[in-house]
Ligand binder design. Structure first.
Ligand code: MAQ
Ligand code: ZN
Length: 370
């Protein structure tokens, strides 16, 4: 079956909503944060640890898995879930954004994107048909269309042409899809232009996808511009379908996105900064390598119940980072992913109790203290 969104409750103060996304591999509670596992692993975490912290769905990436180990090998292994020992839902991005953001793009044409592999420099091509062939082989629960994400800033003409191409590519993705159990999401583009966002949404809604993403944000634009675009784009999307904001995952952006009616979020933020020694804690960010933590024998986050915070001190974590010990990367990643998943759980609880804005204030009164 295709994914089915169930709206449970609408917030009385904002456009936030509480829901469930029914999938072939389980129910996802929304709003949800999805940890990113680009190369078939959420870096340094085991699936058991992800389950321990209640990760309900993870992301993986068409571009990376196509280049290595290859979608043919993963298909032979029985699909991505079996290959990586993850039996809960997986969403795969289509690869277009990664080609653009990795700067390996050689040519962009109506056919698709031609690029040099960042692994061996070989010339490769990603077309809508290829992006679907790969995701069909990976057998992820949710697949994304191949879209063209304009850079920021971009001229109105450039953004117009890229949204029109994104719609044409979306149609080609639908035609190429051979996996009836895989839900294909459309991706709304249109840059920072309200009428172009409306045009992109209108065209994609006519294709009746089971879910919709908002792309083209979190690409270097100022935060308040992202929120402005979100404000007028989110309501364009159907109320009875899941709404996914791509590439967003800092606490302020999560709350803003929820407030505007977004259901799904993903971002490499918590795993990437964790490996660099930065933690998101109840009282703001902490860079554990700072000398002031040398003899700090308190937990990373005094109000966190995660494995890292229950068992280790800041002094120990700092030592691990100073000594380049791999356990340091793991413990910081564990806390950061748990922190965002737990924050989304608290957001869902606040929506249930109709006290979302109160919780948002409580959260930032503490978080903004650092
Ligand atoms: C991962 C990501 C972040 C941000 C934007 C985008 C986008 O526009 N399109 C795709 N396919 N992915 C994106
Ligand atoms: Zn913790």
């Amino acid at each position: 079956m295709l994914v089915k969104y169930e709206l449970l409750k609408e917030c009385s103060e904002t456009k936030a909503r509480l829901g469930k996304l029914h999938t072939n591999r389980g129910v996802i509670n929304t709003p949800i944060f999805m940890p990113v596992g680009t190369q078939a692993t959420v870096k340094t975490m085991t699936p058991e640890e992800l389950k321990e912290m209640n990760a309900e769905i993870i992301l993986s990436n068409t571009y990376h898995l196509f280049l290595r180990p290859g979608h043919g090998l993963i298909e032979k292994a029985g699909g991505l879930h079996k290959f990586m020992n993850w039996d809960r839902p997986i969403l795969t991005d289509s690869g277009g954004f990664q080609v653009f953001s990795l700067g390996k793009l050689r040519k962009l044409s109506e056919e698709g994107a031609t690029f040099n592999s960042h692994i061996d420099g070989s010339k490769q091509e990603l077309t809508p048909e290829k992006a679907i062939e790969i995701q069909n082989a990976l057998d992820s629960d949710i697949a994304m269309v191949l879209d063209e994400c304009p850079p920021y800033p971009a001229t109105r003409e450039y953004v117009y042409n890229s949204l029109k191409r994104t719609t044409r590519w979306a149609k080609r993705c639908i035609d190429a899809n051979n996996n009836p159990n895989q839900s294909l999401f459309g991706i709304v583009q249109g840059g920072m232009y309200q009428d172009l966002r409306e045009e992109s949404a209108k065209e994609l809604l006519e294709l009746d996808f089971p879910g919709y993403a908002i792309g083209g944000l979190s690409v270097g634009e100022p935060k308040n511009l992202m929120y402005e675009v979100l404000e007028y784009t989110t309501p364009l999307l159907p109320k009875d379908k899941p709404r996914y904001l791509m590439g967003v995952g800092s606490p302020d952006a999560l709350f803003e996105g929820v407030e505007k009616g977004i259901d799904m979020f993903d971002c490499v933020h918590p795993t990437r900064i964790g490996r660099n020694g930065t933690a998101m804690t109840t009282y703001g960010t902490v860079n554990i390598k700072n000398a002031k933590f040398k003899e700090d024998f308190t937990p990373l986050d005094s109000e966190c119940s995660c494995y890292t915070c229950r068992n280790y001190t800041r002094a120990y974590l700092r030592h691990l980072f100073k000594a380049n010990e791999i356990l340091g990367l793991r413990l910081m990643t564990y806390h950061n992913v748990h922190f965002l998943i737990d924050t989304m759980k608290n957001i869902r609880k606040s929506l249930e109790e109709d006290r979302f804005m109160t919780y948002k204030k409580e959260f930032f009164d503490k978080y903004d203290q650092s």
